[in-house]
Design a protein around this ligand. Sequence first.
Ligand SMILES: [Zn+2]
Length: 282
Amino acid sequence: MLKKIAFILGSLIAPLGAHAQHKAPPPPKSLRLYVFDCGSLDISDPERFRFKKEELATTNLSVACFLIVHPKGTLMWDVGAVPDSALKPGEKSALEGYATITETLKSQMEKIGYEPSDIEYLAFSHYHYDHIANANQFAGATWLARKIERDAMFAAKPPDKVNPANYSALKNSQTILIPTDDYDVFGDGTVVMKLAPGHTPGHQVLFLKLAKTGPVVLSGDLYHYPEERKLKRVPTFETDQQQTVETREKVEAFLKQSGAELWIQHDYAANAKLKKAPQFYE
Ligand SMILES: [Zn+2]
């Protein structure tokens, strides 16, 4: 009987033991930013962004996911447009709606030694489907959320352009509802989420103070195409277009004052030039 119990316990513990052997990489001495290729969006109707095809260098948009590794912890910023589960073993790509991926986020993370369960904090620029597809994999992280976004995501009738099945597990995640426009994630001013509403009610951008690269702001969807910034066009589907205009002015002023470079997350050409994990910015 005892032997039998020991055997059952052993078989229960073995898989846990195997998992416990995984260790996240040791924290670096200074801030790091990893960029993952989370696919692309094939936009056939740029009119939604108030552009004619011929006004754009390309109608394609990139999708990037970011891992910020700070000496005090880790933060995932935006987690893709297509859930990893859509990419079946042996298939070269997976397509969902406008979006295509060719490699899972999980496998890209594993190549640098991280599992989704290692990640301490999770944050999104906003709730649209193309930023949240792998949210459920990070349900063990602490979600840094804007209340107005979280409320909309779990409302009886969620907003357009969200896919509740892909983030349902966050309902029970440990969550910090951010009380201030600026939120300094690690308390030293190097990783700061900044409220930038208009595209969605609680849209935000991420300021990163990288020692060698210099300061950077990850745009969320403040702009999609670089031509939006140049020609000051505002997409048709903002929750508040006037607010977007005002937010853009504020962020542009912040960029000037801080000397930070804006990385437009969906900018296809700019994204193609970024170093991808396992390389990193520091
Ligand atoms: Zn987007």
